[in-house]
Design a protein around this ligand. Structure first.
Ligand code: BG6
Length: 495
C-alpha cells in the first residue's frame, strides 16, 4: 500500500477509446513526470482496431500532447507502451496477450503485478474477465486488479448480474469500481473539513443544519454520447453514482479509523438510511427535466431531442432535482437537496450547508437581511471553502452585513490539483480502494434510484422539453425547495 513507485503493467481494454485518450494516457504521463512511476511499469493497450506498437505509441504521444498542450519529448516514457489487437471472444487472442504481458514484464522487471482496466462498454465485462481467468492472465506471481468504469448496470438487477459475472474471476478486494468524483480534491476534502475541525462536527446534525444542497451543473449537452445517454438519463448517469456518493460523504458518521473498510461501512449505512421512494412519492420528491433549445455561453444550441443519436420523441431526463431524507438519528428532518443537469447556465459543482437561524435573532428588526450561516464547499471549477457569517455593518449602529471567509485551494500559486484519474490510477496501483465504490454501495444506490426510474419510464413527461438550454433547470426544481421555505443558493461569484 505504501509503495511510492508501484511496479505494474496497466492493461487498458478500450485503448483507442475516448476515456483512454482524454484521461488515462495523460494521467499516466503526469504520474511518470512526477516520479510516482519508476521505470518498472508498462502500459499495454488493447482494442479491436489493428495497430503496431509503433503506430500505437505515435497515437498515445499525440493524445498526451493534445491533452497537456506540451510537446512530449520523453521517448523513454513512450517506449513503455505496447499494443495488442484483441478479439474479445477469441481464446487464442488472450493467450497471445498473456505472452506479450510476460515479455513486457521481463523487459521492465515487473513482478507480475497487473491492472486490467476496462475502459469500454459493460456488455463485454463478463466475457473479458472470464477469459482473463481461464487463459491464466490473472495467475501471476504478483497481484492482479480489475478497474471498471460506470455504468455498473442499468438497475439493481442488471448490476447484480454483472457483479456475479465479474466475481467469477475477481474477488471483491481485487475490483476497483471507478467513481471519478471520489478522485476530486475537494470531494476528498469533505471528510477533512468535517472530521478535522472542532467547529463543524458538533454542529453537523439536525439540531443546527437546516438543509444541505448539492448542485452539479454542466454547460455541455450530450455531445457524441447520445446513444448511451438516451438509455441512461441524468438519474443513472449522475445521481446513482456521483451525487449519492457526495451525500454519503456529507452524512456519514465519523469512521472508527481512516481505513478503506471503516469509511466504506459508514457510507453504506447512509445509503441504507435513505428514505426509500415509493412510486407515489416520486412526484413529490423528484423533478425531471429535459433541455430545449437555448443559448449557452452566448452560443445558440439545439434541444436534446435534436441531438445526434437521440430519439426525436425522447422521454429521457437531462436534469434531475430531488429531495432526499436520511432517516437516522443525526439527520432526521433535514432535507438533502440534489440537482444536476446538462446544458445549464454554468459548469459548477458546489455543496451548500445551510445552518439554522439563531434561536432569537436580535438583529431582525435593525437589519434588512440577516443571512443564514452557510458553509460552501466548492468542488469545481474553483476549489475551496467559503463560510458565510454576519458581522456588524461599519458605522451604522446595529445593522448587520453578510461577510465571507474564503479559502481557495487552486488560487494558491504552485498548487496544481491533480486530475481525479491521476489520483485514482495511483491509488489503484498502490492497492488503496478507499476512493472506489464497494459493491454494497452500488447495490444500495440502485435500490434507492430504481423506483424513481420505474415511475419515469412508465409515465411520459408531457412537458418535455421543460427547461431552456442555458438556464438552471425547470421551475419545478425551484418549487421543490419553496415548499419547504428554502431556495437554491446561487452558484455564481456571490457564493
Ligand atoms: C460522467 C458522466 O460520469 O460525469 C457525464 O457520464 C458527465 O455525463 C461527467 O458529464 C461529469 O463529470 P465532471 O467531472 O465533468 O463533473
Amino acid at each position: 500500500m505504501n509503495d511510492v513507485q508501484p511496479k505494474a503493467t496497466i492493461v487498458i481494454f478500450g485503448a483507442t477509446g475516448d476515456l483512454a485518450k482524454r484521461k488515462l494516457f495523460p494521467s499516466i504521463y503526469k504520474l511518470y513526470q512526477k516520479g510516482k512511476l519508476a521505470e518498472q511499469f508498462a502500459v499495454v493497450g488493447v482494442a479491436r482496431r489493428p495497430h503496431t506498437d509503433e503506430s500505437f505509441r505515435h497515437y498515445v504521444k499525440e493524445t498526451i500532447e493534445e491533452a497537456t498542450k506540451q510537446e512530449l519529448i520523453d521517448e523513454k516514457f513512450i517506449s513503455h507502451f505496447y499494443y495488442h489487437s484483441l478479439d474479445a471472444t477469441n481464446t487464442q487472442s488472450y493467450e497471445q496477450l498473456n505472452e506479450l504481458l510476460t515479455r513486457v514484464e521481463e523487459q521492465f522487471h515487473i513482478p507480475g503485478n497487473r491492472i486490467f482496466y476496462l475502459a469500454m462498454a459493460p456488455e463485454f465485462f463478463g466475457t473479458i474477465t472470464s477469459h482473463l481467468k481461464s487463459e491464466g492472465l490473472t495467475a501471476t506471481n504478483g497481484w492482479t486488479r480489475l478497474v471498471i468504469e460506470k455504468p455498473f448496470g442499468h438497475d439493481l438487477q442488471s448490476a447484480q448480474r454483472l457483479n456475479e459475472e465479474i466475481r467469477q474471476s475477481f474477488s471483491e478486494e481485487q475490483i476497483f469500481r471507478i467513481d471519478h468524483y471520489l478522485g476530486k480534491e475537494m470531494v476528498q476534502n469533505i471528510e477533512v473539513i468535517r472530521f478535522a475541525n472542532a467547529i463543524f462536527e458538533p454542529l453537523w446534525n439536525n439540531r443546527f443544519i437546516a438543509n444541505i444542497q448539492i448542485t452539479s451543473s454542466e454547460t455541455l449537452g450530450v455531445e457524441d454520447r447520445g446513444r448511451y445517454y438516451d438509455h441512461s438519463g441524468a438519474l443513472r448517469d449522475m445521481v446513482q453514482n456521483h451525487m449519492l456518493q457526495m451525500v454519503a460523504l456529507l452524512a456519514m458518521e465519523p469512521p472508527i479509523k481512516l481505513t478503506t473498510d471503516d469509511i466504506r461501512s459508514e457510507k453504506v449505512k447512509v445509503l441504507r438510511a435513505l428514505r426509500p421512494m415509493t412510486h407515489d412519492d416520486v412526484e413529490t420528491y423528484f423533478v425531471r427535466g429535459q433541455y430545449g433549445r437555448g443559448i449557452v455561453r452566448g452560443q445558440q444550441v439545439v434541444g436534446y431531442r435534436e441531438e445526434h443519436s437521440v430519439d426525436p420523441n425522447s422521454n429521457t431526463e437531462t436534469f434531475v432535482a430531488g429531495k432526499l431524507m436520511i432517516d437516522n438519528f443525526r439527520w432526521a428532518g433535514v432535507p438533502f437537496y440534489i440537482r444536476t443537469g446538462k446544458r445549464m447556465t454554468e459548469k459548477s459543482t458546489k455543496i451548500v450547508v445551510q445552518f439554522k437561524d439563531v434561536p432569537m435573532n436580535l438583529y431582525y428588526r435593525t437589519s434588512e437581511h440577516v443571512h443564514p450561516n452557510l458553509l460552501v464547499i466548492h468542488i469545481q471549477p474553483d476549489e475551496g471553502i467559503t463560510l458565510h457569517l454576519n458581522a456588524k455593518k461599519s458605522g451604522e449602529s446595529m445593522k448587520t452585513t453578510p461577510i465571507k471567509l474564503d479559502y481557495c485551494n487552486n488560487c494558491i500559486d504552485g498548487i496544481n490539483t491533480p486530475e481525479a484519474y491521476e489520483k485514482l490510477l495511483y491509488d489503484c496501483m498502490r492497492g488503496d480502494a478507499t476512493n472506489f465504490t464497494h459493491w454494497d454501495e452500488v447495490a444500495a444506490s440502485w435500490s434507492f434510484v430504481d423506483p424513481i426510474s420505474e415511475v419515469w419510464a412508465n409515465t411520459k413527461a408531457v412537458d418535455f422539453p421543460n427547461y431552456e438550454a442555458g438556464s438552471m433547470g425547470p421551475k419545478k426544481a425551484d418549487e421543490l425547495l419553496q415548499k419547504d421555505g428554502f431556495h437554491w443558493w446561487p452558484l455564481n461569484g456571490t457564493m
